[in-house]
Design a binder for this molecule. Structure first.
Ligand SMILES: Nc1ncnc2c1ncn2[C@@H]1O[C@H](COP(=O)(O)OP(=O)(O)OP(=O)(O)O)[C@@H](O)[C@H]1O
Length: 312
């Protein structure tokens, strides 16, 4: 991992109220010099959070700092030249212009525009920029937008579902380019992604977002080594009371003849199981999407029943 210390984005008590959606309060510190991935189900507020960071949406409450400057005080424009943003959907209003016309605009707008890097990226991605943006295929447009975003050497890169539409070869190129982008050690990526492999390959930290709330931020390796599931033979009632004491218990459910206990502290749970001479029928490490599923379920239950615990 690289890293220069400091915070690239700080959100403090940020709230946004919409008729059918409440975001926040969000407290989030995105560390500078690292890749942080926001992982969460559809509609959980990931793109909205990006828009808040870019001053494209105004919060109802709270403060946002990007690269050490306050957002929303009318002075964001110069700051945003240091930020590269790849929105989830390409902008439609520039469908009528050619790729090269948009690059010309970037050249004038971004002080660190690097035409050689831009040309290299177009070559790598095999994108023809003489085509109108609206005529490019979805994947070609994604690659073009990615090339543009990387070619002004932003200090902070906000990528919203960057691999949407990319073929596997282009995806691999993108991962390599993002690793290269991080090599200087002082740049930061914040990425929203549903692609487990992408998050595993890129992220140093993972933020889980569910239903407009940040459920926690974790160091990736600690997360993946810490979360395990144990299976105990027998019915739920037999195990409920005993397993409710298990360290790090994050989920407990009847899985048809066995009880599945999920812990976020596998090492402590192992010692606890050994000390009680319990014999699990099996155990498995967990993937990111398994962990997300447990967190979503727990959040849903807390919302419905106001329950704090994981045991019914
Ligand atoms: N159950 C729902 N049904 C329809 N729309 C919803 C629902 N929950 C949230 N939304 C909408 O989703 C918006 C937030 O979406 P946002 O794009 O920020 O989320 P996201 O996490 O980026 O989602 P996605 O993964 O689908 O891109 C809210 O403004 C709200 O209108």
């Amino acid at each position: 991992m690289n890293g220069q210390g400091g915070t690239a984005v700080r959100m403090t008590g940020v709230r946004l109220r919409q008729p059918h959606f409440q975001l926040g309060p969000i407290h989030l510190e995105v560390p500078a010099g690292f890749v942080t991935a926001i992982v969460g189900p559809n509609g959980s507020g990931k793109s909205t959070t990006f828009r808040l960071m870019l001053d494209l949406t105004k919060p109802d409450e709270g403060g946002i700092e990007v690269l050490g400057r306050t957002i929303g005080n009318g002075k964001s424009i110069e700051l945003l030249k240091r930020v590269g943003y790849l929105p989830e959907e390409p902008y439609r209003h520039d469908n009528v212009i050619r790729g090269m016309d948009k690059a010309e605009f970037y050249k004038h707008w971004y002080p660190d525009w690097d035409v050689n890097h831009y040309r290299e990226l177009l070559r790598l991605f095999e994108v023809d920029h003489s085509i109108r943006l609206g005529k490019m295929s979805k994947g070609m447009r994604r690659k073009f937008d990615l090339a543009l975003t990387l070619s002004h050497h932003p200090d902070l890169l906000l990528l919203d579902e960057p691999s949407s539409g990319l073929d596997p070869l282009a995806w691999r190129t993108m991962i390599e380019l993002l690793h290269r982008y991080m090599e200087s050690g002082d740049r930061t990526i914040l990425i929203a992604s549903h692609v487990v492999e992408e998050v595993k390959r890129l992220a140093d930290f993972i933020v889980f977002m569910v239903n407009g709330k940040v459920l926690g931020m974790y160091e990736k390796d600690e997360l993946l080594t810490g979360w395990h599931q144990f299976y105990f033979p027998g019915g739920y009632e037999k195990w409920r009371a005993v397993l409710s004491e298990m360290p790090g218990l994050a989920g407990l459910e009847d899985a048809g003849g066995v009880v599945r206990a999920v812990t976020s502290s596998a090492r402590e749970a192992d010692a606890w199981i050994a000390a009680r001479e319990l014999v699990p029928a099996g155990r498995k490490s967990m993937e990111l999407d398994d962990i997300l599923a447990v967190l979503v379920e727990r959040e849903k239950r807390q919302r419905q029943y106001g329950m704090k615990g994981v045991v019914q």
